[in-house]
Design a binder for this molecule. Structure first.
Ligand code: ATP
Length: 348
């Protein structure tokens, strides 16, 4: 296994820019999700790592080995990168048993029978498929087929495993159980994994770190906890987790990371790591419902979440907010809120 290093990568398709200014390192053994809306460049970035696409600018290294360099036109072909790739469609051979599907890459490489059997057994075990080796793909569920595809990419002992929306074809319940399969698989193998998804809950559930992408760029690359608590801008705040973004005014600095500002008509403390905080991200945890609260709001919508309610609110200032409550409210109710210091960022 080895780290994946991208240096100032750009990718153009004709006049269109799919990726721009991507410089990042995916450390050895980390499970990274590439998360962003449709068309932001996630798949293109994955295909560049795999070698299916060539960068228009910049370099890609796997460990100390240069695998792509736009200047010298070096592009190591996919089969020579030792990278596993799992697609949305499983691409299993229908006429081969599970066992043969998984071991086929080793057959091609003409490894000894014994070595083929040993590695195939290990890959089947790592994906909980030991009992399914004699089945045909047509006799498997979608989740089991996806596990066969994962096992097949594992047998070659790849440097990294790249996964492009592998669960997109599965129903909700199966997605949840497959997320567990991927997490367990990662914990057991410590493989470097790069996982493309547009589903933030899926990324949060599995990844050590998430690269949030928008319009061809990585906007923020952090742990799920940091992305939630300290988003860099409005896009990340809106894409990760629940909450509202509201403007700040009359800002004064208390010390390096703390400010006082007026938001929703009340003066409160605000945390930020920029010199120019302009917007605050109010998560449901920042709002407490209290009769005595300075911020007045009207309940617009109530959604039962099991054990608690989600309240969509409109503050007296007109800003939409999201709160949570263990007590039931009705649309139209007027409530008071107290605010706990939110995270703030610059206005871009
Ligand atoms: P999705 O979640 O919808 O799959 P994505 O984030 O994976 O989207 P990409 O498939 O990487 O996005 O595409 C990024 C941009 O590059 C898009 O605007 C897309 O139309 C464009 N693009 C991708 N591949 C090609 C291609 N072969 N030729 C021309 N444009 C392309």
């Amino acid at each position: 296994m080895a780290e994946l290093i991208l240096s100032d990568i750009a990718k153009h398709f004709g006049d269109a820019t799919a990726l721009e200014a991507i410089s990042t390192t995916i450390p050895d053994g980390e499970f990274v999700a590439l998360l962003g809306p449709s068309g932001c460049g996630k798949s293109t970035l994955l295909r560049l790592l795999a070698g299916f696409e060539h960068p228009s600018h910049g370099q890609i290294r796997i460990g100390s080995r240069m695998v792509a360099d736009a200047t010298s036109q070096l592009n190591v072909p996919p089969e020579a990168r030792n990278i596993g790739f799992v697609f949305q469609s499983y691409a299993l051979w229908p006429h081969m048993t599970v066992r043969r599907n998984v071991g086929y890459p080793l057959e091609i490489r003409k490894l000894s029978r014994q070595e083929q059997a040993r590695r195939t057994d290990a890959a089947l075990a790592a994906t909980a498929l030991t009992d399914f080796g004699d089945r045909m793909p047509s006799e498997l569920s979608g989740g089991q087929r996806q596990r066969v595809a994962l096992a097949r990419c594992l047998v070659s002992d790849p440097t990294a495993v790249l996964l492009d929306e592998p669960l997109a074809n599965l129903d909700v319940a199966l997605r949840a159980s497959m997320q567990q399969v991927f997490s367990d698989f990662h914990r057991r193998t410590r493989a470097t994994m790069v996982y493309v998804t547009h589903d933030q809950a899926e990324a949060m559930a599995m990844a050590d770190r998430i690269a949030v992408m928008n319009a061809g760029r990585i906007v923020q690359f952090d742990t799920p906890e940091v992305l939630y608590a300290r988003p860099r801008n409005r896009f990340v705040a809106g894409f990760i987790g629940e909450g509202a973004v509201v403007p700040l005014c009359d800002i004064s600095r208390d010390d390096r990371h703390s400010y006082r500002a007026t938001l929703l008509g009340t003066r409160i403390a605000v945390n930020s790591d920029t010199d120019t905080p302009r917007l605050a991200c109010l998560r449901p945890e920042n709002l407490t419902i209290a009769e005595t609260g300075d911020v007045r709001a009207k309940v617009e919508r109530v959604t039962y979440l099991g054990g608690r309610y989600r309240l969509d609110l409109v503050a007296a200032t007109g800003d939409p907010l999201v709160a949570q409550s263990s007590a039931r409210f009705a649309p139209g109710d007027q409530i008071g809120l107290t605010l706990a210091a939110p995270w703030a960022f610059a206005d871009h």
